[in-house]
Design a protein around this ligand. Sequence first.
Ligand code: FEO
Ligand code: CA
Ligand code: CA
Ligand code: CA
Length: 648
Amino acid sequence: MEKTLPFRELIDRSLTRRSFVQKVTSSACLVALVQSQDHADGAEVARPVEELFQFKGVSISNADSVVVPEGYVAEVLYRWGDPIDGISPIFKSDASNSAAEQERQAGMGHDGMEFFAIPGSDPNLRGLLAINHEYTDQVLLFHDGIDPLPPAKMPLEKVRKSQASHGVSIIEIEKQRDGSWRIVPSSRCRRITAETPIKISGPAVSKIGDSVRGTVNNCAAGRTPWGTYLTCEENFHSVFGTKDRGFEPTPTQKAYGLDANGFAYSIDGKQVPAFRWWEQLDRFDLSHPANDSERFGYVVEIDPMSPDSTPIKRTALGRFRHENAELTVAEDGRVVIYMGDDEMEQYIYKFVSTDRWGGEILREDPSSMTSERLQAGGILDRGTLYAAQFSEDGTGRWLALIPGQNGIPSLTEDPKNGFDLAEICVRTREAAKMANATPMDRPEWLAVHPHSREVYASLTNNKNRQVANAANPRTKNVFGHIVRWREKDDNPASLEFRWQVFIFGGNPSHPDEKHRGSAKGDIFACPDGLKFDPTGTLWIQTDMSSSVMGKDRFAELGHNMMLAAHPATGETRRFLTGPTGCEITGHAMTPDRQTMFVNIQHPGEPADELSDPLAPQKYSQWPDGPSGGRPRSATVVIRRTDGGVIGD
Ligand code: FEO
Ligand code: CA
Ligand code: CA
Ligand code: CA
């Protein structure tokens, strides 16, 4: 039986908007008193609200282009196939670049990203961009598309090119006199791929060893105060599979969606695995006893300043389909990282370090490849992982994932299926389920307000939800929502919090109340990317899937977009719309906020995700136009033509 909660009441129930806002303002400092305030006689008087953004919003769009407000420009900086040093190897628009060339070019599926200042350079004029490449379109990637189909093997050269298109780019970029940006040759530019040597650290080392090659399905990201980049492995199950037709996944493999095919395309009614790396490489074959599937699904720390440093998988942060890693430091120096597991009915997590961060920013020594920054990151190897439980009364608590606690059996209690700390870090989903964490509507990015420390979480959608819960109150939640909470005493390390729904996605005039949105301003659906800028503006990026875009009630929402939201008033204003078939993801700014970097992922993606090798431009010609050959994910630079501050 479906349980329908009065979700509209949830917005104001546990914390009224006014009291919530007043609490926010008292600690936020920057926001003037908002909305209204009680007087002794009970009357309410409107007070001025500080404007966080003043651009003129853009309309819903179905154009095959990036649209930004009047007075702004969006310029393409770094497309799939562009060389990391800005020079070579040059992209071939028929996708005939080799795997070896691809290793020195931008990967596909640009996603999370961070901008890093370079010591000694003006960070508003020069810096490093670390950019994730989430996945590959296995048709567009190759000159001859996905051929040959099984039972013929995927050729090793194709596997290698696909592997080289996953991972991370580090590029050095520079602002030019006319305000535009370009990639410059750099000793720091680097590609990290599915074959790069990676260390493993933290509690899981005793179970899975201390090294592996590669990071894959690099979705969203994060950064540390000691100057490193955190890249998050999301849909790693998609690149594992097996040749063994009798294969049966173990319960743990099932919990992670690992099966014989990995991600598959539907071709002529048959499910055809897209990646097939296992046809050439045993370590991606699930039936091989030494396969690497338990060595993926982690947050990986990278020192962008030290091109020869070895990235480190930090297993204490758990293994799941990691979306992003939003780090904040508690007053006492403990490092807190908020994380989501992006699958329907999975959980929100936080890690609280045991050791304390002293706040000393490490100095760059270009001659040293020892990477002091990665040594500082050792703080991420010891701590407690928690999963979130949201209660109907608007309170919530963090459930420690510790053997012998919160319903999680220790190995002594259950020698066969119990947990030690290593097992917690490898079978995190199973532990969180046993602890009775709240199953969410696909947790995507989390973002911490820079002043109030409220935490915001995108729950992008969950069309399959049958049973509502307080924080996920819509059954068949196709439009998604954003939940926010305040930790007890505003301490990120607290074990209790108070939560409310910030915004429901969808049109507020939808005829069915269950699907009605609550945006105060421009409408959107399927929130995914979330990032605060230093003013406290919340930038929301959407990921309506190509299978629903333009259809039924999604038609009125046009293409995916980015909006600015005011946390205190709830106002939303649309800032950018993307080309056909793309999602908008990844957000970074220079310190002066005159330059914003945003990623356009999978322009031209068809509804069934299967591109046409004979007509790669069928749905989009972005960004290169008709002569470009095929659509390409890309990083774009957004700036004001008058050189002003973005949003002001
Ligand atoms: Fe990679 Fe959940 O988005
Ligand atoms: Ca995402
Ligand atoms: Ca998404
Ligand atoms: Ca995506």
